[in-house]
Design a protein around this ligand. Structure first.
Ligand SMILES: Nc1ncnc2c1ncn2[C@@H]1O[C@H](COP(=O)(O)OP(=O)(O)OP(=O)(O)O)[C@@H](O)[C@H]1O
Ligand SMILES: [Mg+2]
Length: 280
């Protein structure tokens, strides 16, 4: 079986030309020459400094951003050149959960309507009545009582909004979820609940995730494999359980140092304290 998601030689250049009539033509590579395959049921974590191209790569996969070069395959099919109409089944199969999903939820419509609407439009439910029953079942599955069906997004907490977004993705029978810092804005305890929910749902629905995160402890816990980006390029890929022990690339070491104070970071702290105590 082919990987569920595959990116081959993908680049995204942005025009950053400057000067009078933008005569100094310059392209900035937000993503450059990335090859990545995500197997069915796998959770791949994507880490890297702010601006390293993580979100751009995620969006390229879901075709929310068009690649300047390279290909994106979903379930073995090259989707890079598909028209909007041809993309519709893929837009259904790939869903996105952003850090702040207030922008992906319509403030004027109820949560229920926003789950049922796509189910009917994309033809995953045979009629409104069965779509509503399924939406309520899924709301309950993600930990929201059924009265959330009639609530509006502003009546939900951040964590509840993420749960509603997850229910909506399940409702259209998504297979792949791009999770772009889905819990970064939440309290630690809520974050853990949502991550555990996502782990359970992966098993239950056979889902595949690309998880973009800043918290390396979370990435290590949640993911099977971690991919590291630096300035648009993929510089390292390793099993999540080896992130803290075996990461080699300087970019990864740098990320580890900045959060943990291990490696060179720890040495620096030790040296500083020695200096202070006059032992150095
Ligand atoms: N539409 C755009 N036009 C021009 N430059 C862009 C555009 N979108 C992204 N970029 C640039 O591409 C680079 C990568 O951005 P991206 O959002 O992918 O980074 P990121 O790794 O997700 O960062 P963060 O961790 O802060 O979310 C950044 O330098 C950004 O400024
Ligand atoms: Mg980002």
């Amino acid at each position: 079986m082919p990987p569920l998601v595959e990116v081959r030689g993908a680049s995204k250049f942005y025009d950053v030309s400057t000067g009078w009539l933008r005569r100094k033509r310059r392209a900035f590579a937000a993503v450059e020459g990335v090859d990545l395959a995500i197997g069915r049921g796998e959770i791949v974590g994507l880490i890297g400094e702010s601006g390293s191209g993580k979100s751009t790569l995620g969006r390229l996969i879901c075709r929310l951003v068009e690649p300047s070069e390279g290909k994106v395959l979903f379930d073995g099919q090259d989707i890079t050149r598909l028209s909007h109409r041809e993309m519709i089944p893929y837009y259904r199969r790939m869903q996105v959960i952003f850090q702040d999903n207030t922008s992906s939820l319509n403030p004027r419509r109820t949560i229920g309507a926003q789950i049922v609407g796509p189910m009917l439009r994309l033809g995953v439910a045979k009629d409104r009545r069965s779509a509503e029953a399924e939406a309520i079942r899924l709301l309950e599955r993600v930990g929201l009582r059924k009265d959330f069906f009639l609530r509006h997004p502003h009546e939900l907490s951040g964590g509840q909004r993420q749960r509603a977004g997850i229910a909506r993705a399940l409702a259209v029978r998504a297979e792949f979820l791009l999770l772009d810092e889905p819990t970064s804005a939440l309290d630690v305890s809520i974050q853990a609940q949502i991550l555990n929910l996502l782990l359970d749902l992966r098993e239950e629905f056979g889902l595949t995730y690309l998880f973009i995160g800043h918290n390396l402890a979370v990435v290590e816990f949640f993911c099977d494999r971690v991919v590291v980006m630096e300035q648009g390029k993929m510089v390292e890929s390793l099993p999540a359980e080896e992130l803290f022990s075996s990461a080699r690339h300087p970019a990864t070491r740098h990320l580890l140092d900045s959060v943990l104070g291990i490696g060179d970071g720890r040495r620096k702290i030790e040296l500083e304290s020695q200096e202070r105590t006059g032992l150095g």
